[in-house]
Design a binder for this molecule. Structure first.
Ligand code: SF4
Length: 272
């Protein structure tokens, strides 16, 4: 069902985030949170969610939106929506500009190198700002795509946790939108009229993430709940019914089928 009212649509997503917060406790009163803002629909929504949580739901959080601009990669965004949301909620946007040592022929692929540098800059900026958490705009579909990428390209089962402690607890990565589907976010984006993210990066047209998206669309033609069920399956694992009962590498498998090296995930984090 399409939600017509903008406030209701945002309230519904804030409600879902609060419900997930009650279970997972990804933020606490007084947290200093760096929020990664790419300018895509997911990060714009997360920015508004934080705005609502701080202004209307009275969460005592100090949120600093940070945009990482890699100057030597052709990737441009429209800042109007980011500035408008930041002004509305009195957030002070920080833009970090950097050139990275970028080798497009790196064996792990340009997107791996780009994402790795972006993440490194986020960590450094969080330290500089004294933040104890970094919030990212990943949603449920991102987690499903990541799971499939890791299974298909790396032969392992892992995805995106809702929170992850890093550097001996110095920093925590949190993903408040992980229980919100991309469909809900697109619906909100259309009602809210967020600008389209201009995807003009020369390396962005054929990411593995896009391939996973297409794959999930095929699954959903077979069963409309396929994406949600794959997400759900990550919390419903029966080790006793796995080949080696969850022990690790299946004994002898590597001798029978030697693992082949794969390129790292070709995954544009800048679009979240
Ligand atoms: S597609 Fe995204 S991750 Fe890949 S190089 Fe371009 S901006 Fe970076």
């Amino acid at each position: 069902m399409k939600i017509k009212n903008l406030n209701n649509a945002l309230s519904l997503i804030v409600y879902k985030v609060q419900k997930a917060q009650k279970v997972h406790g990804f933020f606490s009163e007084g947290d200093k949170i760096l929020m990664g803002v790419s300018g895509g629909k997911d990060s714009l929504l997360l920015l508004e969610v934080f705005g609502e949580l701080c202004s209307k739901r009275k969460y005592n959080l100090e949120v600093t939106p940070v945009h990482i601009k890699i100057k030597n990669i052709g990737y441009n965004i429209n800042f109007d929506a980011i500035h408008q949301i930041c002004d509305h909620y009195h957030f002070k946007l920080k833009i970090i500009e950097a050139d990275i040592d970028f080798d497009p022929d790196h064996k792990k692929g340009p997107c791996f190198v780009c994402s790795w540098h972006r993440r490194k800059l986020l960590y450094a900026t969080a330290r500089e700002l004294g933040c104890n958490k970094i919030a990212l705009g990943h949603h449920m579909d991102d987690a499903v795509q990541t799971l499939l990428m890791n299974m298909i390209y790396h032969g392992s089962i892992s995805s995106m946790p809702v929170s992850l402690s890093m550097f001996q607890g110095e920093l925590e990565i949190i993903r408040p939108l992980l229980f919100v589907s991309e469909k809900e976010i697109i619906e909100y984006k259309n009602i809210r009229n967020f600008p389209e993210l201009i995807k003009d990066c020369p390396y962005g047209s054929d990411t593995k993430r896009n391939t996973m998206k297409e794959l999930i669309e095929v699954f959903e033609k077979i069963n409309p709940s396929a994406g949600l069920n794959i997400f759900r399956s990550m919390s419903k694992i029966f080790p006793a019914y796995l080949p080696e009962r969850g022990k690790g590498i299946i004994e002898g498998l590597n001798e029978i089928h030697p693992p082949k090296s794969n390129a790292g995930p070709n995954d544009c984090e800048a679009e979240n």
